[in-house]
Design a protein around this ligand. Structure first.
Ligand code: DC
Length: 652
């Protein structure tokens, strides 16, 4: 599976233009398709969910053509889709599925609507019941109450009142309201039960009005849709997506320095999207929020963030972002009235609780609430591999946990549902903890130099060779041959290794000495040549990339593990001098060796390391060469520290 590894992030700032709002884009597309006249839509979101809606509208015979950068020209069909028989695939796009179900059920064609397997687990019975009461003919093709659906020509009765339930998804009411003008009769809608996600209904009403249909209402209980038709407003501009804004605003609240906030462009004061209220929640957590027309910004308060209790009924999507922000707040954050999370792209309450648990957060999960707090005093977040459940919002909100700990996020491409280049945007706005990559051949002195540089800077130190050595040792103890690639990779993936202030532990036993034996050196070089073993150790190495910074030493630090290191050093020395250094070490340990054999052995190993197909030892084009043939340790350390300072990689 595809993944993205995030180092620990230490700061956020700058400005980002948001992609168009998904909710507005899909509503505007449908309304433009149903309207009389041509609508030019500006700033439409380009994503999976909008692509599904567009494909469906085109399949229904609506002409939609790109008319310039970010512009789409939709020729409305004046309430009657030209194509009367079609099978539509709507992926996992709830906004498209629900609203098209309503619009097509009240039309006079024969349609089949399908989605991905998860879409077939998301309830739609409340909407179908309401549509049937109006005269729609709808069959469930698999399970009662769930897609896929078959819609046949409706026989609409005289104008009347129809009831729809409001507590599972507001998209049922939205779909119904947008479709009712197609009946040509005035119809009243009564909402049964408590209506959730009300701002989305407000948005629906606002957009219907832009297309000429004004709905009369009594609070959130009753809505009367007149016998009117949609008329194109001509041009229509889509606001930036307020739910997508939540990730960047939270990044600003967590890592934006006072006076240097993170700013989002495209949505702000006066927005018709309910999720702009997320800023109110962040402000209650203490974040410094500012906004104007078409922009908002956030930065961290000097005193830090604090946990809050919040009814999230109005902002269910952006509330997921609060669950991660909670990791950086003092005390507990309790998000209530979020039962709808359970029927979204995945069961988001269960998914959140499980993944937050992997990081070591304190989590309490209930039927309709989630409480999150950072780890207890004296504990820190653990690096973890986060599953995203094919849920764009899981991937996006968990990226923020990287402010606490390095993470691997599985299937980051799932953000394509609403924000295809989310991770590329995020990367431009955040600063990772610095990393210094020091590669070089055996006995070049890079281990000693790296450890000293790390100490001088107060950085973490990764001895990546030790991981290959530990893998060789653990494989031998488990009776796995060093040539058994899958077997050794499994051992590497399970490695119970602890690095603690220069000491190394394997399975609870100190192993610092054992891994330096010649037989293990030879085993390490064998297992290090196996691609699956290298892959199994990759995230474990990247998990060392924490604040305040890291010095990593090995063979492929600069090329594979930390290709974006702020400083790359290729530390080497002549084979003769390296053999001499190794000779001294071995003689000190009382081992019998000859210089000639050592020089030959080093040359052979260098050649093997440099020639192997995976992660060969090679100086990277952007690495600084440090030849220590005639240089002492102190001098080498000073050389690296100078480079670190020149590049501004050390704090202070
Ligand atoms: O640096 P060292 O001698 O402790 O490394 C032990 C073995 O692991 C050595 O044969 C090279 C290999 N290694 C590697 O392939 N990639 C690294 N990043 C570090 C070490």
């Amino acid at each position: 599976m595809n993944f993205i590894d995030l180092p620990q992030l230490v700061a956020a700032g700058g400005s980002v233009r948001l992609p168009g709002s998904k909710s507005i884009s899909n509503r505007a597309l449908l309304l433009a398709a149903l309207a009389e006249g041509v609508t030019e839509i500006h700033g439409l979101l380009v994503s999976d969910d909008t692509a599904r809606m567009l494909e469906a509208l085109r399949a229904l015979g609506v002409a939609c053509a790109e008319s310039g950068e970010g512009r789409l020209r939709v020729e409305g069909c004046a309430g009657r889709f030209p194509v009367r028989q079609a099978e539509l695939f709507l992926g996992n796009a709830g906004t498209a599925f629900r609203s098209l179900t309503a619009a097509l059920a009240l039309a006079d064609g024969d349609y089949v609507l399908r989605g991905v397997p998860r879409m077939h687990e998301r309830p739609i019975g409340d909407l179908v019941d309401a549509l049937r009461r109006l005269g729609a003919e709808i069959d469930y093709l698999e399970n009662e109450g769930f897609p896929p659906l078959r819609l046949k020509p409706a026989s609409i009765g005289p104008g009347r009142t129809v009831e729809v339930r409001g507590e599972v998804s507001s998209q049922f009411l939205t779909g119904l309201l947008m479709a009712l003008p197609l009946t040509g009769r005035e119809t009243a809608v009564e909402v049964a039960g408590d209506l959730i996600s009300r701002p989305y209904v407000e948005m629906t009403l606002g957009l219907m009005a832009r297309f000429g249909v004004r709905v009369a209402r009594r609070g959130w209980q009753s809505f009367t849709v007149p016998a009117a038709s949609y008329v194109s407003p001509g041009a229509f501009v889509v606001e930036g997506d307020a739910s997508s804004a939540s990730y960047f605003l939270a990044a600003g609240a967590i890592g934006g320095r006072p006076g240097a906030p993170l700013r989002v462009e495209g949505v702000g004061r006066g927005s018709i999207q309910g999720d702009v209220r997320f800023t109110g929640a962040l402000a209650r957590m203490g974040a410094v929020i500012e906004m104007g027309n078409g922009w908002m910004s956030a930065c961290r308060p000097p005193e830090g963030l604090r946990g809050i209790a919040l009814d999230c009924g109005d902002i269910p999507d952006a509330a997921m972002t609060l669950a991660i922000t909670a990791l950086f707040a003092q005390g507990e954050t309790r998000l209530t009235n979020i039962a709808s999370w359970r029927v979204k792209e995945t069961d988001r309450i269960a998914a959140m609780a499980k993944e937050l648990g992997k990081l070591g957060a304190r989590v309490e999960e209930g039927r309709d609430f989630l409480a999150v707090a950072p780890p207890d005093a004296g504990h820190v977040l653990h690096p973890a591999i986060v599953d995203t459940y094919d849920d764009h919002r899981m991937a996006m909100c968990f990226s923020l946990a990287a402010f606490g700990v390095p993470l691997r996020i599985d299937d980051p491409a799932c953000t394509a549902k609403t924000f295809p280049d989310y991770f590329a945007c995020l990367e431009k706005l955040v600063t990772a903890a610095p990393v210094i990559a020091i590669d070089g051949p055996t006995a070049s002195g890079k281990g000693t130099v790296s450890a000293r540089v790390a100490k001088a800077l107060g950085f973490h130190y990764l001895d990546s060779g030790a991981l290959y050595r530990l893998t060789a040792l653990a494989a031998r103890e488990a009776g796995v041959e060093w040539t058994d690639e899958a077997g050794v990779a499994a051992v590497a993936a399970q490695l119970d290794a602890v690095f603690d202030d220069g000491r190394i532990w394997l399975d609870g036993k100190e192993a610092g000495e054992a891994i330096r034996h010649e037989s293990i050196s030879s085993g390490a070089s064998k297992v290090a040549a196996l691609p699956q073993v290298r892959a199994a150790l990759l995230f474990r190495q990247r998990a060392f990339h924490r604040a305040p910074g890291l010095v990593g030493d090995g063979r492929d630090m600069a090329s594979v593990v930390f290709p974006r290191a702020g400083l790359k050093v290729f530390l080497t020395a002549s084979a003769g001098i390296r053999a001499e250094r190794r000779y001294k070490q071995l003689i000190d340990k009382g081992m019998a060796v000859t210089m000639d054999s050592l020089v030959q052995e080093l040359r052979d190993r260098d050649a093997r390391d440099a020639a192997r197909p995976v992660a060969p030892l090679q100086q990277q084009p952007d690495a600084v060469l440090l030849d220590t043939t005639s240089m002492g340790i102190e001098e080498a350390v000073a050389f690296v520290l100078d480079l670190v300072r020149d590049r501004g990689l050390a704090a202070g």
